[in-house]
Design a binder for this molecule. Structure first.
Ligand SMILES: [Zn+2]
Length: 101
């Protein structure tokens, strides 16, 4: 039997009792801003398509990791709640101390 652990809290998920949530993220490099100013979204998407196709061809996933990265997490319901409230987690500014100087 496949055993899953929550990537948020490390708790093991029992398939009989726990709902497992899957988070999938794509992180990819934004292309040259001067090009995206040109109102030409089609070319922009085409460029990404090209990158993705090249990545598909390559077996070595490390080749384009700084260009394109896909991440997958398994979460328990508690961590799913926390994640959806604050998807960037620790990257976000802390709740306390609003002093802006
Ligand atoms: Zn969890």
């Amino acid at each position: 039997m496949i055993h899953f652990t929550c990537d948020g809290c490390g708790r093991s998920l029992n398939p009989e009792f726990d709902v497992r949530y899957v988070v999938r993220m794509e992180i990819y490099a934004s292309l040259d801003p001067s090009e995206t100013d040109l109102d030409d979204d089609c070319d922009h998407l085409q460029d990404i398509q090209d990158i993705l196709e090249r990545l598909d061809d390559a077996d070595d996933t490390e080749i384009g990791e700084d260009v394109y990265q896909q991440v997958r997490y398994d979460l328990c319901s508690e961590c799913r709640k926390r994640f959806s409230l604050n998807p960037l987690g620790r990257l976000a500014a802390p709740q306390f101390g609003f002093s802006e100087n």
